[in-house]
Design a protein around this ligand. Structure first.
Ligand code: GLV
Ligand code: MN
Ligand code: MN
Length: 414
């Protein structure tokens, strides 16, 4: 298949949005930071040009609704997120949003009797406040008001971040998706190597692994690195190192039943000639099985306490977030798989190891997800990329999928 001009246009749009960043020459766009307003401005313009009604809800999700002229058209929701990890690629999240807008254009051209809501979710990565899915939690009607008290590294609470962005946290309840919505589809890069290894362009997601995120702090005593003998130290750094290796070992021993990552470490005072007084670590643990995930987290928190006890330190751990594994909706996923097949592509079903807004939306709406292969399996990195021909393939499939949904809702045969 030759690449289309529209695939090239969408790729260029993702690259343009990647320049809207908190940092020069790197893409970093955390929840409700100033570049998010620039992305809103860009997407608002795009949505208005498509004749969509545009709003920003109280948690900062940008939402556009296309309502065709046929009265009573059911509403289908499309979307993905516009926040990023630090030093991100250009496609994780944003690709799903710009493709959703392209699908609105095709639905209009085909006069599809389907109202479409496109949501650019404001927060999925959990980078700024440690807890992910703040945007989709609000849309799914599952935003716990206690989340408003979470603070970022500068001590700013979620509530203040929302107000500073010109929004009113008291209105978050109203962000809940409308009752007439019939389903949700998210298009996303795979962020792993499976599709590419099998020579496939597309994948149909069966479910999304559950995840737990924790924060754990070892506290000892900061002291002089030159004068304190090795046996008289309370070194938080060596305790942290021992625990990080324990995390790796337990995950290796599980033989793939779960995976675990310590991706963040903050030492204090963080100076080369001072023994670390404290080290704060993150833990991200994921599994298709919620019971195994809970067991592993429990075991690792126990091991941290044992390491701290043996070394004469204190250890405090807290679970910041637990998101159960979810299955995608069977019927929606069957429609998606049929659309993949009818478009001439092999149907490859696979689970997602990455978290997605779809895992929260699935608690509220029948949800399906379509993956595009990730060259080199690279994601959460500036080298993240996507193949133009795969965008064409995904658009073809999603157009067919939406026309099926419209016919089903209209009580017409497939
Ligand atoms: C989101 O990308 C996640 O899986 O952490
Ligand atoms: Mn991501
Ligand atoms: Mn993502």
């Amino acid at each position: 298949m030759t690449r289309s001009a529209r695939a090239d246009r969408l790729l260029a749009e993702c690259r343009l949005i990647a320049e809207m960043s908190e940092e020069v020459e790197r893409t970093t766009r955390r929840f409700l930071t100033p570049p998010v307003a620039a992305v809103h401005e860009h997407l608002r313009h795009r949505m208005k040009a498509l004749g969509m009604a545009v709003t920003v809800d109280a948690v900062g999700n940008l939402r556009g609704i296309w309502q065709p002229e046929y009265a009573g058209s059911p509403r289908f929701v499309l979307g993905s997120h516009i926040d990023t990890v630090p030093n991100a690629g250009a496609f994780d999240g944003v690709l799903g949003v710009v493709m959703a807008l392209e699908l609105v254009a095709s639905a209009q051209a085909a006069a599809l009797p389907l109202a479409l809501e496109v949501i650019a979710f404001s927060e999925e990565e959990g980078v700024r406040f440690g807890v992910p899915f703040l945007g989709s939690r609000a849309v799914a009607g599952r935003f716990d008001p206690q989340l408003l008290a979470l603070r970022d590294l500068e001590g700013v609470p979620v509530e203040t971040a929302i107000r500073d962005f010109g929004l009113d946290p008291a209105q978050i309840d109203q962000a809940s998706v409308a009752h007439d919505a019939v389903g949700y589809l998210e298009i996303h890069i795979e962020q792993g190597p499976v599709l590419e290894a099998e020579g496939l362009q597309l994948g149909v997601v069966t479910g999304i692994v559950g995840q737990t995120r924790c924060e754990l702090t070892f506290s000892g005593h900061a002291n002089h690195a030159g004068t304190t003998p090795m046996h008289l130290r309370s070194d938080a750094m060596t305790a942290a190192a021992e625990w990080i290796l324990a995390v790796e070992n337990l995950a290796l021993e599980s033989d793939g039943a779960f995976i675990a990552t310590v991706g963040k470490a903050l030492a204090k005072p963080n100076a080369s000639n001072v023994i670390a007084g404290s080290v704060c670590l993150s833990l991200d643990l994921r599994s298709e099985r919620d019971d195994l995930r809970d067991q592993a987290v429990f075991e690792l928190l126990e091991r941290a306490s044992a390491i701290a006890r043996r070394r004469g330190l204190i250890c405090v751990g807290k679970i910041q977030m637990q998101q159960p594994a979810v299955s995608m909706d069977e019927q929606m996923t069957a429609y998606l798989a049929e659309s993949v097949e009818a478009s001439g592509f092999p149907v490859r079903r696979l689970p997602s190891g990455a978290g997605h807004d779809a895992m929260v939306m699935a608690t509220r709406l029948p949800t399906a997800m379509l993956f595009l292969r990730s060259p080199g399996g690279i994601s959460h990195h500036p080298d993240e990329s996507v193949v133009a021909e795969d965008l064409d393939a995904a658009l073809l499939v999603a157009e067919l999928f939406l026309s099926r949904i419209a016919r089903i809702q209209d009580n017409k045969p497939l």
